[in-house]
Design a protein. Structure first.
Length: 353
């Protein structure tokens, strides 16, 4: 089973990998792939039966000589949704909400949706992208704020929701950032705290994610981001409405810590993960939990979430049965490169024999 449509190049590395450990194979493969993309910075964190490995290629920017490492900050984009979904699951474990409840039980009164919509959409529908609500119109937003289309205001959100008089394809998969904005608002209501504070208390501090950043991300060891054409691109600034959908910044060191917590089974975050790993939507093309997707290869099951911003691309994935996890961060909006890295390494190294 491929995480994303396979670029069929892994066979090129079969002889190279003979006799090497899994970590060394991943380093060899990734080094070759980076050599084809020398201007892009790549940072990889890998866990193999609890042991951590970090591989880094490239520099902080096209004009820098400083090499990236496991503490270098990147945008992680929609990997943020994994954390938001985990917070929702923790809230259920604490009895603050139930994921099968209609959102009307928790929807902030300052925003308006028709009663029938509030009674139809469940919290789990938001987390698994099947709510039927419209998403943000990025083309429209980019006309007003080309560099910061996620700088959403209360008025913009109010207008989008106000115009939602019916649902589009409710119960079918339609990727939605606005769904995670609403999940963030629900979290703020049930905890009576802002999203940043909830995130810090429930995930960042317990998991000791010292470099997973929200509002204050202008640190020295941070990559410059580039758009899909290779032009320099600003990071998305923190916005309390769109933050739950994809505005975190982090590094491979912290994301490896996060993966180890997810698969440990030893604390509240791990307990909540079991709920997010349930299947809430499935068709012939995809299987969706809360905030993440599943991929199956015969008896193998692993979980993953990709993230794209205008400046960076990423993926976080883990396999509990075969005890591995991986995070890949690159400093360009380049989902093809992420596909190349994860699929080649999976097929050549991680796929069970």
């Amino acid at each position: 089973m491929k995480i994303i449509k396979l670029l069929d190049i892994f066979l090129l590395f079969s002889q190279l990998c003979v006799g090497q450990s899994r970590a060394k194979k991943i380093d060899s493969i990734s080094h070759i792939i980076h050599s084809k993309n020398p201007e892009v910075a790549i940072s990889i964190g890998f866990i193999d039966h609890g042991k951590e490995y970090f591989f880094n290629y490239g520099t902080l920017s096209k004009t820098s000589s400083k090499k990236v490492n496991e503490t270098t900050i990147y945008e992680i984009g929609s990997i943020t949704k994994l954390l938001t979904a985990n917070l929702i699951a923790q809230a259920q474990l604490e009895g603050r909400l139930a994921i099968d409840d209609p959102i009307g039980n928790y929807f902030p009164s300052k925003y308006k949706l028709p009663k029938n919509i509030l009674e139809t959409i469940k919290i789990s529908d938001l987390g698994s992208h099947q709510s039927g609500l419209p998403d943000f119109d990025f083309q429209k937003l980019m006309k007003s704020t080309p560099k910061q289309p996620l700088a959403i205001t209360d008025r913009i959100l109010h207008d989008i929701l106000n115009d939602s008089t019916s649902l589009i394809d409710y119960g079918n998969y339609r990727y939605s950032n606005i769904s995670y904005t609403i999940l963030g608002l629900i979290l703020e209501k049930v905890y009576n705290k802002d999203f940043d504070q909830i995130l810090q208390e429930k995930i960042v501090k317990p998991a000791k994610l010292k470099n997973t950043l929200t509002k204050l991300y202008h640190v020295e060891n941070r990559v410059t981001g580039y758009d899909i054409e290779g032009k320099q691109q600003d990071y998305f600034i923190w916005n309390h409405l769109t933050a739950p959908a994809g505005l975190l910044k982090s590094n491979t060191k912290d994301m490896v810590k996060f993966i180890k917590v997810l698969i440990s089974g030893k604390n509240q975050i791990a307990a909540a993960t079991k709920l997010t790993e349930r299947t809430f939507y499935k068709n012939t093309r995809r299987e969706i939990g809360l905030g993440q997707e599943m991929a199956r290869d015969n008896e193998d099951l692993f979980f993953y979430k990709t993230g794209d911003t205008f400046a960076c691309s990423s993926i976080l994935t883990y396999d509990k049965k075969f005890e591995w996890g991986m995070v890949i961060l690159v400093n360009q909006h380049n989902s093809d490169l992420i596909r190349d890295l994860i699929n080649t390494n999976y097929e050549a190294v991680l796929k069970p024999n």
